[in-house]
Design a protein around this ligand. Structure first.
Ligand SMILES: [Zn+2]
Length: 282
């Protein structure tokens, strides 16, 4: 965040902030929770304000700076554009090869993390902004967390120039990363899609029985069509996320979209933790 609210009601910019002048009490201008000032020395980023995630310092659910709200809004805006390959000047186009593993990779427990920056095998940075500066665009994405990072680190203007090279075709990001309403259109048209799609949304409720676990997506006051992801009991050992970790969080799920004929809604089957990315609040 670039701006913070001071106790006297004024707004201060992170580049101008000085704790000796402005004091240490600084708040989110929208939801008024306490913030801290961060001044990263070891990368090109300018100073900024952020929450700590501890105690009160966590954006309220309605706050536009809440990560969940932010991700959903960014993708909504990207999906409002119908970008065509020919509309974008060649020099501005960013083509990324999508190479998500179609085989089930079994992860007995825990989350699959991006390899850390310090790791000797770490070779890509996922922010287009950084890449443009380095003239070294990212070329391939092989995990949902990399897609998540791409969405979080870039504005919609930049995301509109992103094309995914998938199955030999170049498709705009917004063709493959879809909301639950679009997922329903695809399910009704195709029954079961031949391509794998990434569906974004917020999980409202998790229902687990002995045979199956349903992750029901929030319909955002009826503005979105119903959608669910499900896991069969045989895969419970590879899909280890609990109700607590899933509910109320924004997620990306990945798989073939299919029509549930009984309930007339779109679904995706998840086989392991690799089929989901959870945007945690902290
Ligand atoms: Zn806030």
């Amino acid at each position: 965040m670039q701006n913070a609210l001071l106790p006297n009601g004024r707004i201060v910019n992170a580049k101008e902030y000085d704790h000796q002048i402005h004091g240490k009490e600084i708040y989110c201008p929208e939801c008024k929770v306490p913030l801290i000032w961060a001044n990263p020395q070891n990368d090109d980023r300018s100073p900024y304000f952020r929450t700590t995630g501890y105690g009160e310092s966590d954006h309220k659910p309605f706050c536009p700076h809440n990560r969940v709200v932010k991700i959903l809004n960014t993708m909504k805006k990207v999906n409002q554009f119908t970008t065509r390959l020919s509309d974008i000047p060649e020099a501005e186009k960013v083509v990324i090869k999508l190479n998500l593993k179609t085989d089930m990779i079994k992860v007995p427990q825990g989350e699959v993390n991006e390899i850390p920056n310090s790791h000797p095998k770490k070779s890509y940075k996922y922010s287009l902004r950084y890449n443009r500066r380095q003239k070294k665009p990212i070329r391939s994405i092989s995990s949902l967390s990399a897609i998540a990072r791409l969405i979080m680190d870039n504005k919609e203007e930049e995301l509109n120039k992103v094309f995914l090279d998938y199955n030999g075709k170049q498709l705009p990001l917004s063709d493959l990363v879809v909301d639950q309403t679009r997922a329903n259109e695809l399910a009704f048209n195709e029954g079961k899609t031949s391509l794998h799609y990434i569906v974004y949304g917020r999980i409202l409720k998790v229902v687990k029985t002995e045979k199956v676990m349903f992750l029901n997506f929030d319909r955002e006051n009826g503005t979105l069509k119903p959608f669910a992801a499900f896991v069969f009991a045989q895969d419970f050992s590879w899909f280890t996320y609990t109700k607590d970790k899933l509910e109320n969080n924004a997620v990306l799920v990945w798989g073939q979209i299919q029509l549930n004929r009984k309930y007339k809604k779109a679904e995706i089957q998840l086989r392991s933790n690799n089929n989901i990315y959870i945007f945690s609040k902290k």
